[in-house]
Design a protein around this ligand. Structure first.
Ligand code: GDP
Length: 217
């Protein structure tokens, strides 16, 4: 295939992503315990990441909204899994942030149980986007969730956030290092996305990727 053909295909995928994310996106359910996890008919894509990684900002950038993911950050609702219906074709699932510096062991245990129950009981879960701050790279709390995903056999992909804050040379080194770590991970997707919600970098490419996981239009 020549370059122009590849470019055309990429442009078509970008358009698919744009169309999907131009649709309405609405909060449908929140669950703080496994027995409240909703039974939903469509494919799902979940977003995970350490607190403050930029998860709400990225979900809002993807959906062109300023407030969609804010609910998950209001006090008291942080330990909840939130489900958003995107145009009747895909659920975006906002997992509670992991790795708060000062949370109690009981809270970590509750988080682990809820997320594990979610990961193990979702036949329509197509992918988990694991958000990682481009300045910091993978941390042990990220590796813990990667192990949970490998064990649950749920496909996941690393999405670097806040790439506007790093130099391209540092970013390239981080990507190389992370790629070699991913090779040892059975459920990891090999491609790493680079995004900045602030500058809009990588947002339309990520929309295009997620559109390939949605129900047919
Ligand atoms: P969450 O806790 O993972 O939902 O993180 P937020 O989306 O609330 O973002 C945490 C902080 O990082 C906020 O101060 C954001 O303004 C900032 N932030 C998020 N995305 C970006 C980005 O792409 N670039 C920069 N420079 N800052 C960002």
């Amino acid at each position: 295939m020549d370059n122009s053909e590849t470019d055309k295909q990429q442009a078509a995928l970008i358009e698919q992503g744009r169309l999907l994310f131009a649709k309405e996106c609405q909060f449908v359910a929140g669950a703080a315990t496994w027995d409240r996890l909703p039974d939903l008919p469509l494919n799902e894509v979940a977003f995970a990441g350490r607190s403050n990684v930029g998860k709400s900002s990225l979900i809002n950038a993807l959906t062109n909204r300023n407030t969609l993911a804010r609910t998950s950050n209001t006090p008291g609702r942080t330990q909840q899994i939130n489900f958003f219906d995107l145009g009747g074709r895909l659920y975006l699932v906002d997992l509670p942030g992991h790795g708060y510096a000062k949370v109690s062991k009981t809270k970590v245990a509750a988080w682990t149980q809820l997320v594990n129950d979610y990961l193990k009981g979702r036949p329509k879960l197509r992918r988990v986007c694991l958000l990682v701050d481009a300045r910091h790279g993978l941390k042990d709390v990220d590796r813990d969730i990667m192990t949970m995903l490998d064990v649950a056999a749920v496909n996941y992909q690393i999405i670097l956030t806040k790439v506007d804050k790093t130099k391209q040379s540092e970013l390239n080194a981080l990507i190389k290092k992370t790629e070699s770590e991913l090779k040892k991970r059975p459920a990891a997707h090999p491609h790493i996305f680079q995004t900045s919600s602030l500058k809009g970098i990588g947002v339309e490419e990520l929309r295009a990727e997620l559109a390939t996981l949605a129900e047919p239009a």
